[in-house]
Design a protein. Structure first.
Length: 163
């Protein structure tokens, strides 16, 4: 887990998810299907939910938000849409003033740091927000482990509509 600059924002891997469990000082964004499915009581083979399920993509309860995201090509984020990214940033806004926020994915290289990058640029204004590339260049100085997959392509293509 890495603290981003002098903020209350942390980026981590799935091994860090325990940080927020039962700890009132933390809000957690689980940006991974690896947490989302078990949290919802689903199994990838036995009882996979339909795509129209109310919590298929995103589920928030108190200071915990879970996303049904897997790493991969940009088209994987098209079906969840930019509204999902905005809801995640809104969730982070809700808790940021009073809690540390951990955003994690499986390895802490792609999905979680991309969400952190968005939050820093779009909401905290700690890094440039004119373009994804400009924000990425600034972010990588604070989080050198950033190695995004398709989520970066999706966010870059939709930069102006995620606010």
């Amino acid at each position: 887990m890495v603290r981003i600059s002098d903020t209350k924002l942390y980026v981590g891997a799935i091994t860090d998810q325990h940080i927020g469990a039962g700890n009132s000082d933390w809000a957690v964004v689980h940006a991974t299907q690896s947490v989302h499915y078990p949290l919802m009581g689903w199994d990838r083979k036995l009882n996979k939910p339909p795509r129209n399920h109310a919590h298929y993509i995103i589920y928030a309860q108190d200071d915990r938000l879970s996303l049904n995201w897997v790493d991969g090509a940009a088209h994987l984020y098209e079906w969840s849409g930019t509204e999902t990214f905005i809801r995640v940033l809104d969730f982070m806004d809700k808790w940021y003033p009073t809690k540390n926020i951990l955003v994690h994915c499986d390895q802490g290289q792609s999905r979680a740091p991309t969400v952190a990058l968005l939050y820093l640029a779009k909401r905290l204004k700690n890094i440039p927000a004119d373009s994804f590339e400009e924000a990425r260049r600034a972010f990588i100085t604070q989080y050198p482990h950033y190695a995004p997959s398709g989520i970066a392509n999706y966010v870059a293509a939709n930069w102006r509509t995620i606010h």
